[in-house]
Design a protein around this ligand. Structure first.
Ligand code: PEP
Ligand code: MG
Length: 743
């Protein structure tokens, strides 16, 4: 008998299809399903190793007809076939039939004992009944395939078919039941391949031909013609141009000096052969999924994310794995080849698109290999010019960095938060190529003075303007307003101590371990956290447990890629999934807190049970070390916790409102996405009302604010009005905020 294998992205779809088929055939049919990804097929996706295992189970069949659903189901099945031994491979036949209808038709034919050719033909004509019922042309088996349609179009975008038009083209193609080819100057590209479309090198004004076949050919050709002829709204601006015009303030303070262009060292690509090709392919697939998640913000990043689904790149990488290369080498080589294709194009604008391919490719290599080797710094004092400083790089800036000019940079990105905490003046959205060798700049007003004279140099050498002052002041109503500091490393704490902070209100431990592939030992954690707390001996310090996940990746926790990481396994959710690591982490914090008035704070708390579970682990850790259990507080940054704060009083000694996350979740506006600032305002009534409610319902439990809102003059005033009396902020913000309330 002919066996049947159903390969689907969805375990549910495959199982339901099997039920449908067996209604017609009964149990005699030899049918297996390989569907879903993840340990139990719980995620959407396909997995070559599972497909191979199911094929093995059908080995005794005369031949095996395989029906696949969409996209990568085909790639994974082809890979499984390539990995099968010669005997099994000879039995496997991939059918282009529609999944459900084909499965039913093929199942009936196979159960009837028909030969392979008839089973495959039945599967392929599975649509016949539906087509004739709807008055559509009958099945291809009886009639010639629909005639191809051909149209010419003139490219309307002056930059030609670059990344965004190509991404739009692929997207449009996917809406039609048609197979599309685009031709230009003797070259042809599949309509579903971003890189092949861009590699056509079709410039603005060029004439191209669209060819389409299939039931929707006519409509697809028409729509695509219109798409190509329409100038993109943003066509006048180059793809990589900054969205706002001119520099934007990121971190206050002034700096003057010579500039240094930070270059990241090229990464080493391992060249050992893949020991297990299926495992290599699996690792590559999940790295691509993780990289797609990380490239979520802004149209440029989204277009880069689309590149990661491009069959031209995926096929090239899959081919290199079957040639024996490991996943990193296979991916690196595929990216290098495709990028080289661009670099060879005639149009300068399209040549530059090689960079998009490399950047998208690098996002995958970061997941596979970790961050590239760091920047090597000179010894003298410098103003750093950098393209898109990462949080890990910001945390590791050396002492001699006077200021930072970034070609990108967002107001509440973690890199920016860290610069503020360390008191390093910074601007974003800077056209780096226009910056001369010596400059002065003001991080508050976004003024850049090229080639300043000696007097200006002297005037602007002020740094972040961190002046010492009291850690708390009395307000006219007799209450006391306290100024605590947010820190993420030794340099920040030193700056916070210089500013006279009352204590550390938020020590971001995860920043010490960003991008680490291996988990830091308890000793290493204790030493690094102790160094961060050192300037605050004898003072109150609030150490936050590792807030990993979303835009703060710590690879050693092996968090699975998620479609929406800001709502995923992050903060306490990640820690409770790794109880051994969590216990060691808490022991390290307890050890580092010796000699301080230590408090521990838990990020992303959503339900009281998370605090209760933490208490249990903390009590055990403290008893192992023979130290008292410190005060344990909850960060209030998830709306569910803010709304039901009263439920958390019994399990929390204090609350600290994380306005950065609370604002992004209340407004459903991700904090790292440029252009949503008008929605995500921490001083808006929606947040202030919520905070007023928190203060009312928290009873005797102290409440502070440690998000960036505490360091923003306008919002800080509103927060004081609402009743907040304890602020925690980056050291650079502290003197200005103190000045507002001291007068
Ligand atoms: C916050 O969300 O406001 C906060 C202080 O935490 P982080 O910025 O580190 O997420
Ligand atoms: Mg937060």
């Amino acid at each position: 008998m002919i066996g049947l294998l159903l390969v689907s992205h969805s375990a549910g779809l495959a199982a339901a299809t099997e039920v449908l088929v067996r209604q017609m055939t009964g149990a005699t049919l030899k049918l297996k399903c390989a569907a879903g990804a993840g340990e139990n097929g719980e995620r959407l996706g396909t997995d070559a190793s599972v497909i191979l295992a199911r094929l093995e189970e059908l080995r005794d069949c005369e031949s095996i007809a395989v029906l696949m659903d969409i996209g990568s189901a085909i790639l994974s099945t082809e890979m499984a076939r390539d990995l099968a031994d010669e005997k099994l491979r000879a039995k496997i036949f991939l059918s282009p039939a529609p999944f459900v209808e084909g499965a039913v038709a093929a199942g009936v034919a196979a159960a009837a004992g028909l030969p392979l050719a008839r089973v495959l033909a039945e599967a392929e004509s599975g649509l016949a009944q539906k087509q004739s019922g709807l008055g559509a042309p009958p099945a291809p088996a009886e009639t010639p395939a629909p005639a191809g349609v051909s149209r010419t179009a003139i490219i309307g975008d002056p930059h030609g078919i670059h990344l965004r038009p190509a991404a739009a083209f692929v997207n449009f193609c996917s809406r039609f039941n048609a197979s599309v080819t685009l031709r230009h100057a003797g070259r042809a590209a599949r309509g579903d391949s971003l890189t092949a479309l861009m590699a056509l090198g079709a410039a603005g004004g060029a004439t191209v031909t669209i060819e389409a076949t299939g039931p929707d050919a006519e409509a697809a050709a028409e729509a695509l013609c219109r798409l190509l002829a329409t100038p993109a709204p943003e066509a006048a601006a180059p793809v990589a141009a900054p969205s706002a015009s001119g520099p934007v303030p990121l971190s206050p303070g002034t700096a003057a000096g010579n500039v240094f262009k930070a270059r990241r060292a090229p990464r080493e690509i391992p060249r050992h052969p893949a020991e297990n090709q299926v495992a290599a392919r699996k690792r590559l697939d999940s790295a691509i999924a993780a990289a797609r998640n990380s490239l979520a913000g802004g149209p440029i990043l989204q277009a880069q994310a689309a590149l990661l689904a491009d069959p031209a790149i995926l096929d090239a990488a899959a081919k290199h794995i079957t040639e024996g290369r490991n996943e990193a080498a296979a991916w690196h080589d595929a990216i290098t080849e495709i990028a080289a294709g661009y670099a060879a194009l005639e149009t300068p604008y399209l040549r530059e698109r090689a960079r998009d391919v490399r950047e998208a490719g690098d996002a995958v290599l970061r997941v596979l290999l970790g961050a590239p080797a760091g920047i090597s710094w000179p010894a003298e004092e410098i103003i750093v010019l950098v393209e898109d400083l990462t949080a890990a790089e910001a945390a590791a800036l050396p002492e001699n960095v006077l200021g930072v000019l970034d070609s990108k940079g967002g107001a509440t990105s973690h890199a920016t938060i860290l610069l503020r905490a360390a008191g390093i003046p910074a601007l974003g959205n800077v056209a780096l190529e226009e910056i001369p060798e010596t400059i002065a700049f003001d991080g508050a007003t976004a003024t850049i003075i090229p080639n300043p004279d000696a007097a200006t140099m002297q005037r602007m050498q002020g740094g972040a303007g961190i002046t010492a002052g009291p850690g708390a002041i009395a307000l006219p109503d007799g209450s006391t307003l306290e100024f605590w500091a947010n820190v993420a490393g030794e340099r920040d704490s030193a700056a916070a101590a210089r500013a006279g902070a009352y204590g550390i209100g938020l020590a971001r431990t995860e920043i010490l371990f960003l991008d680490r592939a291996d988990a830091p030992t308890e000793d290493e954690q204790a030493a690094r956290i102790a160094a961060m707390l050192a300037p605050f001996k004898g003072r109150p310090v609030v150490v936050r447990a590792l807030d990993a996940g979303a835009d703060k990746p710590v690879p050693f926790l092996n968090l699975s890629p998620e479609a929406n990481p800001a709502l995923g396994v992050r903060g306490i959710r990640a820690l409770l999934k790794h109880p051994n690591f969590f216990a060691a982490h808490l022991r390290a914090i307890l050890r580092a807190g010796a000699g301080h008035d230590l408090r521990i704070m838990i990020p992303m708390v959503t339900i009281p049970e998370e605090m209760q579970a933490t208490r249990t682990i903390l009590a055990a850790a403290a008893s192992e070390l023979g130290v008292p259990i410190p005060r344990l507080g909850a960060m209030i940054e998830v709306p569910a916790a803010a709304i039901r704060i009263q439920d958390f009083c019994a399990v929390s000694d204090f609350f600290s409102i994380g306005t950065n996350d609370l604002t992004q979740y209340v407004f459903a506006a991700e904090r790292g996405v440029a252009g949503l600032e008008h929605l995500a305002d921490s001083g808006a009534a929606a947040i202030l009302d919520l905070i007023a409610g928190i203060l009312r319902r928290a009873g005797e439990t102290p409440v502070s604010v440690c998000g960036e809102a505490a360091g923003d003059p306008r919002t800080a005033r509103l927060l004081v009005k609402a009743g907040i009396r304890r602020f925690s902020m980056g050291a650079a913000r502290l003197p200005a905020i103190r000045d507002i309330f001291a007068t």
